[in-house]
Design a protein around this ligand. Structure first.
Ligand SMILES: *[C@@H]1O[C@H](CO)[C@@H](O)[C@H](O)[C@H]1NC(C)=O
Ligand SMILES: *[C@@H]1O[C@H](CO)[C@@H](O)[C@H](O)[C@H]1NC(C)=O
Length: 458
């Protein structure tokens, strides 16, 4: 192994380290006080609520009724609540109107435990005479299917015969309200993303990883503690894998695998991280009502090795998956469905000779947020229902995928997964990286011990 690796390392030395070296290293970004955070959040929520009448008109619906009980909230509730609300209380009911007559408000809310909510609601409906009232009853889409079954019964009984026949389902209402990212969020999202990068960069360094000792699980739990120490939270357990070319599961995006046995779980191989390992993480943070989703790669240099010693095949693998990111990003045309984007991207991928998989999703408000999906790990031709929704502007997406690449230095094909979040930029009319994208491997360095050759001992 050592011989050919050395020769290729000489060749790799001519490859100038990618742009990241000239850029500022990502830093941990601290959050404002909780009181300040609440102010920010409420400002964004107000902007979002102000969009609703326009969305109702866009989708040709006169009214939207959302109702829930404490602890049985509609999915959309979380996007509309005040920062100091921790759940719905009693029965919490919202009515939105597309074009309220005679200067009436466009938004009504009740927090009630008597029939007053229904009599008052019927009064307003009587005055406003909506021809259609949307309810969130979609069987497949969480963001437009959040009306609980028992609550639907209560709504039907509460509004009475007259209004029941006006109920309609418009899935894009819930989807677009949750998906739309008001402008002020971006600078904060970018800071959160920088923090996520900084945690990965420290986790994938010799500060945290001691080759031959640290396991994947040690790094994962270090990441969890780091998130907590920064007063962030997360929306999934970070994962760290060793990419051997054998065990890496296709279902890398299953963030909550049921507890597998040690042998089934490639995150916890029966050995620690070693010199020469290519390692991978899927990592996200949560703060300010936002969630990030990132996958990066690292390489464990042998003692005394430098950047120039990274196997060239691994750098080529990273470049290949970078190319795949560009292909998908350029095919993400607003208004196309996720399935159309998937088909176009896979066609282009094939024509460029790239093997891999594409499984992109909306992100931001939720880790896997509202909006069309572009492939799933087990669905590479088309995704039913979710893949048929149109791609919306002013949203955030996770470009999540992998490319396969034959790494001569390892004599095997290895999957190179990446995930980076993008936002829609109205000015340039294109998707832009929220913070950047990985174009160079993170390196774990070990100094050569004076007077001994550790590599020979291995
Ligand atoms: C985390 O919160 C605590 C308590 O408010 C505060 O003292 C500390 O400075 C915060 N740490 C960071 C990194 O923001
Ligand atoms: C590379 O792998 C192939 C297939 O597993 C094997 O036949 C071949 O001998 C290997 N080559 C080297 C140089 O180890």
């Amino acid at each position: 192994m050592r011989g050919p690796t050395f020769l290729l390392a000489v060749l790799a030395a001519v490859h100038v380290r990618a742009s990241a070296s000239s850029e500022k290293a990502p830093e941990f970004q601290t959050l404002p006080s909780l009181r300040e955070q609440a102010k920010l959040l409420d400002g964004w929520t107000e902007e979002r609520i102000a969009l609703i009448p326009g969305l109702l008109r866009k989708y040709g619906v006169d009214a939207w009724l959302m109702s829930q009980r404490e602890y049985a909230e509609d999915t959309v509730f979380w996007a509309l609540k005040e920062a100091t609300q921790f759940s719905a209380r009693r029965r919490t009911t919202h009515l939105f109107l597309a074009s309220p007559a005679s200067g009436a408000p466009a938004h009504y809310s009740w927090v009630e435990n008597t029939d007053f909510v229904w009599t008052d609601l019927r009064r307003i409906l009587g005055e406003q005479q909506p021809r259609s009232i949307a309810l969130n009853t979609h069987p497949e889409i969480a963001f437009s299917g959040g009306l609980h079954a028992g609550e639907l019964d209560a709504v039907l009984a509460g509004v009475g015969e007259e209004w029941r026949e006006k109920f309609v389902l418009e899935p894009m209402l819930g989807v677009e309200v949750v998906a739309t990212m008001v402008e002020g969020r971006l600078p904060w999202y970018r800071r959160m993303m920088e923090t996520a990068w900084a945690i990965i960069e420290e986790g994938f360094s010799e500060k945290i990883i001691v080759p031959g000792e640290s396991t994947s699980w040690d790094v994962e739990w270090w990441m969890r503690e780091k998130i907590q120490s920064l007063n962030y939270t997360t929306w999934f357990q970070p994962s760290v894998y060793i990419l051997t070319g054998e065990g890496f599961p296709v279902a890398a995006t299953q963030h909550h695998p049921h507890q597998p046995s040690l042998l089934d779980d490639p995150r916890a191989p029966d050995r620690p991280i070693q010199f020469g390992d290519l390692i991978h993480t899927d990592f996200g943070v949560t703060a300010l009502g936002l969630n990030t989703d990132t996958q990066h790669l690292g390489y464990v240099l042998y003692p005394g090795e430098t950047d120039a010693d990274v196997p060239k095949g691994m750098l080529e693998g990273l470049r290949k998956v970078n190319r795949l990111q560009d292909i998908v990003k350029s095919n993400m045309k607003i208004g196309l469905t996720g399935n159309e984007i998937l088909k176009a991207s896979r066609g282009q991928m094939r024509s460029e000779g790239i093997e891999g998989k594409i499984y992109c999703h909306a992100t931001g408000e939720w880790g896997h947020s509202a909006g069309t999906v572009i492939g799933m790990t087990n669905l590479q031709d088309s995704v039913p229902v979710l893949g048929d929704l149109p791609l919306l502007k002013n949203t955030y997406y996770s470009i999540e995928l992998f490319a396969e690449h034959f790494v001569p230095e390892r004599n095997r094909t290895i999957m190179f997964p990446q995930e980076e979040d993008v936002y829609w930029d109205d000015e340039s009319n294109s998707w832009e990286w929220v913070y950047g994208r990985q174009d160079t491997l993170l390196l774990i360095r070990t100094p050569r011990k004076a007077g001994s050759d550790i590599q020979e001992e291995l």
